[in-house]
Design a protein around this ligand. Structure first.
Ligand code: ZN
Length: 259
């Protein structure tokens, strides 16, 4: 009990000394006052996220086979998406990345619009997904997918729009955004540029509603190849999913900042 008193007195003495010493150091005088609540980097921006496919798409081939106009030709409403040999679905992957990305973007001050609300539904069709984002007047949008390519191939590919009328005004800006996505995927994720699809990680596509019908800058990322064992191991990892989301958030921030 006696020792506690000694320590108590010692602590009180040290605190008093500290209180005296702080002003004497002059440190406080050099500290610039923090600006009142710095404006978050994406304040006032709207970002669209389209997580490819949906968890129950496989239950209704009739719904998926319904034809929709994609701006250039008739296309199926949607597909089931691919899966790893272990059964991890693309729909689940794209949903997880989208949820992480949404959180990152909201933290950065953006308003986020998504084309689906969970991974336990059907659709919507690809033309509806494009329209949801167009009607929200998003400043930029990303379509998130993973590929079901040849087993031997791996890596990511950025799919870019080709001018067709509705999207003509956003081709240049989409290509700029695609370069940001490509650069941040390489910098911030373990996924590499595709060695089996496109050229140097890029591919122009004129047959996808998401790219044909967009009225804001948009690209589609095939994040990796779910059929490839090495890519699949990365894609199913929550840590890699978070890294992909963070890379996409940084690409969006860079693009919107005009960097
Ligand atoms: Zn897909």
């Amino acid at each position: 009990m006696g020792s506690r008193n000694v320590f108590g007195r010692l602590a009180a003495g040290l605190m008093a000394a500290a209180l005296v010493l702080v002003p004497a150091t002059g440190i406080s005088a050099d500290v610039t006052p923090a600006p009142a609540a710095a404006r978050p980097p994406l304040a006032g921006k709207i970002v669209g996220i389209d997580p490819g496919h949906n968890g129950l798409n496989y239950t209704s081939p009739a719904f998926l086979n319904r034809k929709v106009w994609n701006g250039r030709e008739w296309e199926g409403c949607d597909t089931t998406g691919t899966r790893t040999t272990g059964g991890y679905t693309e729909a689940r992957f794209t949903w997880n990345v989208a949820v992480y990305l949404r959180a990152d973007l909201i933290r950065m001050g953006a308003r986020v619009v998504m084309t689906r609300t969970g991974n336990h539904g059907l659709g919507p069709c690809v033309d509806t997904r494009a329209r949801i984002l167009d009607r929200a007047h998003a400043n930029v949008s990303i379509d998130i997918h993973a590929d079901g390519g040849p087993r031997s191939g791996c890596g990511f590919t950025v799919l870019e729009p080709v001018a067709d009328g509705p999207n003509t005004r956003v081709i240049g800006s989409s290509l700029r955004f695609g370069r940001d996505v490509h650069a941040m995927m390489l910098r911030d994720t373990p996924l590499r540029v595709s060695d089996y699809y496109g050229r140097d990680g890029y591919m122009r596509r004129d047959d996808l509603a998401g790219l044909n019908l967009t009225t804001m800058p948009k690209v589609l990322i095939e994040t990796g190849n779910m059929s490839n064992a090495a890519d699949a191991a990365l894609l199913v990892s929550p840590g890699v999913q978070r890294a992909v989301a963070a890379a996409l958030a940084e690409a969006i921030a860079r693009f919107l900042a005009g960097r």
